[in-house]
Design a protein around this ligand. Structure first.
Ligand code: FES
Ligand code: FES
Length: 144
Protein backbone atom coordinates (compact mmCIF):
# COMPACT_ATOMS: atom_id res chain seq x y z
CA UNK A 1 0.00 0.00 0.00
CA UNK A 2 1.33 3.40 -0.99
CA UNK A 3 1.15 6.61 0.99
CA UNK A 4 0.86 10.07 -0.44
CA UNK A 5 3.50 12.43 0.89
CA UNK A 6 4.24 16.07 0.21
CA UNK A 7 7.70 17.53 0.64
CA UNK A 8 9.40 20.70 -0.41
CA UNK A 9 12.51 19.55 -2.21
CA UNK A 10 15.03 22.22 -3.14
CA UNK A 11 12.30 24.81 -2.86
CA UNK A 12 9.81 22.93 -5.02
CA UNK A 13 6.68 21.37 -3.59
CA UNK A 14 6.64 17.71 -4.49
CA UNK A 15 3.76 15.30 -4.00
CA UNK A 16 4.19 11.60 -4.66
CA UNK A 17 3.01 8.17 -3.62
CA UNK A 18 5.59 6.00 -1.89
CA UNK A 19 5.69 2.52 -0.45
CA UNK A 20 6.13 2.61 3.33
CA UNK A 21 9.52 0.88 3.27
CA UNK A 22 11.13 3.28 0.77
CA UNK A 23 13.87 5.49 2.11
CA UNK A 24 14.24 9.18 1.46
CA UNK A 25 17.45 8.31 -0.40
CA UNK A 26 15.58 6.00 -2.77
CA UNK A 27 12.89 8.57 -3.42
CA UNK A 28 15.37 11.36 -4.07
CA UNK A 29 17.44 9.29 -6.48
CA UNK A 30 14.93 6.95 -8.10
CA UNK A 31 11.78 9.05 -8.18
CA UNK A 32 13.07 12.61 -8.30
CA UNK A 33 16.28 11.95 -10.25
CA UNK A 34 18.39 13.87 -7.74
CA UNK A 35 21.50 11.79 -8.31
CA UNK A 36 23.86 14.11 -6.45
CA UNK A 37 22.78 12.38 -3.26
CA UNK A 38 24.96 9.29 -3.31
CA UNK A 39 24.34 5.82 -2.05
CA UNK A 40 27.41 4.39 -0.41
CA UNK A 41 26.91 1.93 2.40
CA UNK A 42 23.12 2.16 2.59
CA UNK A 43 23.22 1.54 6.34
CA UNK A 44 24.04 4.92 7.87
CA UNK A 45 27.81 4.52 8.10
CA UNK A 46 29.40 6.57 5.33
CA UNK A 47 27.51 9.88 5.11
CA UNK A 48 27.46 9.88 1.30
CA UNK A 49 23.67 10.24 1.30
CA UNK A 50 23.55 13.28 3.61
CA UNK A 51 20.84 15.85 2.90
CA UNK A 52 19.23 18.59 4.94
CA UNK A 53 15.84 17.76 6.45
CA UNK A 54 14.27 20.89 7.88
CA UNK A 55 17.77 22.38 7.97
CA UNK A 56 19.37 19.50 9.84
CA UNK A 57 21.86 17.12 8.24
CA UNK A 58 20.55 13.56 8.10
CA UNK A 59 21.67 10.40 6.38
CA UNK A 60 18.82 9.87 3.96
CA UNK A 61 19.36 6.09 3.73
CA UNK A 62 18.05 5.82 7.29
CA UNK A 63 15.05 8.12 6.85
CA UNK A 64 11.82 6.57 5.65
CA UNK A 65 10.29 8.72 2.97
CA UNK A 66 6.90 8.64 4.69
CA UNK A 67 8.48 10.22 7.76
CA UNK A 68 9.59 13.15 5.60
CA UNK A 69 5.99 14.02 4.79
CA UNK A 70 5.66 17.77 5.22
CA UNK A 71 9.40 18.31 5.48
CA UNK A 72 11.69 20.67 3.66
CA UNK A 73 14.53 18.79 1.99
CA UNK A 74 17.67 20.28 0.51
CA UNK A 75 20.01 18.19 -1.60
CA UNK A 76 23.32 19.15 -3.17
CA UNK A 77 21.42 20.26 -6.28
CA UNK A 78 19.55 22.77 -4.14
CA UNK A 79 22.78 24.60 -3.34
CA UNK A 80 23.54 25.41 -6.97
CA UNK A 81 23.26 28.97 -8.14
CA UNK A 82 22.28 29.31 -11.79
CA UNK A 83 23.01 25.61 -12.19
CA UNK A 84 26.52 25.78 -10.79
CA UNK A 85 28.19 25.05 -7.49
CA UNK A 86 31.10 27.08 -6.26
CA UNK A 87 34.49 25.50 -7.01
CA UNK A 88 36.49 23.64 -4.40
CA UNK A 89 40.13 24.64 -4.62
CA UNK A 90 42.02 22.92 -1.87
CA UNK A 91 42.42 19.57 -3.55
CA UNK A 92 39.61 18.26 -1.38
CA UNK A 93 38.22 16.10 -4.18
CA UNK A 94 39.59 13.06 -5.92
CA UNK A 95 36.85 10.78 -7.16
CA UNK A 96 34.22 13.12 -5.67
CA UNK A 97 31.86 10.38 -4.55
CA UNK A 98 31.76 11.56 -0.96
CA UNK A 99 31.77 15.28 -1.74
CA UNK A 100 28.01 16.02 -1.86
CA UNK A 101 27.52 14.34 1.50
CA UNK A 102 30.46 16.23 2.98
CA UNK A 103 29.09 19.54 1.75
CA UNK A 104 25.59 18.84 3.02
CA UNK A 105 26.95 17.78 6.42
CA UNK A 106 28.93 21.01 6.61
CA UNK A 107 25.85 23.03 5.60
CA UNK A 108 23.87 21.31 8.30
CA UNK A 109 26.50 22.40 10.80
CA UNK A 110 27.09 18.81 11.77
CA UNK A 111 30.55 17.45 12.36
CA UNK A 112 32.02 15.35 9.57
CA UNK A 113 32.90 12.42 11.77
CA UNK A 114 30.12 10.39 10.15
CA UNK A 115 31.33 11.12 6.63
CA UNK A 116 33.84 8.77 5.09
CA UNK A 117 36.21 9.48 2.21
CA UNK A 118 38.16 6.69 0.61
CA UNK A 119 40.61 8.77 -1.32
CA UNK A 120 41.28 12.37 -0.37
CA UNK A 121 42.16 12.36 3.29
CA UNK A 122 40.35 14.62 5.66
CA UNK A 123 42.79 17.51 6.12
CA UNK A 124 42.04 18.98 2.69
CA UNK A 125 38.33 18.57 3.19
CA UNK A 126 38.42 20.41 6.51
CA UNK A 127 40.56 23.10 4.88
CA UNK A 128 37.98 23.53 2.11
CA UNK A 129 35.15 23.81 4.61
CA UNK A 130 37.07 26.34 6.67
CA UNK A 131 37.73 28.44 3.57
CA UNK A 132 34.07 28.24 2.64
CA UNK A 133 33.03 29.41 6.08
CA UNK A 134 35.30 32.45 6.02
CA UNK A 135 36.61 33.17 2.52
CA UNK A 136 39.59 35.54 2.28
CA UNK A 137 38.71 39.02 1.08
CA UNK A 138 38.57 39.23 -2.69
CA UNK A 139 38.31 35.47 -3.22
CA UNK A 140 35.38 33.29 -4.13
CA UNK A 141 34.06 30.81 -1.65
CA UNK A 142 35.55 27.38 -2.11
CA UNK A 143 32.59 25.10 -1.70
CA UNK A 144 28.88 25.17 -2.21
S1 FES B 1 24.60 5.59 2.10
FE1 FES B 1 23.67 6.55 3.81
S2 FES B 1 25.22 6.65 5.31
FE2 FES B 1 26.11 5.50 3.68
S1 FES C 1 36.98 11.98 -2.87
FE1 FES C 1 36.71 9.88 -3.33
S2 FES C 1 35.62 9.08 -1.67
FE2 FES C 1 36.05 11.09 -1.10
Amino acid sequence: MRHSIAMTVNGRRTVLDVEPHRTLLEVLRDRLDLLGTREGCGVGECGACTVLLNGRAVVSCLVLAVSADGAEITTIEGLAKEGRLDPIRTGAIQCGFCTPGMIMAAKGASVLEGNLCRCTGYAKIHEAIAQSASPPAGRETTSA
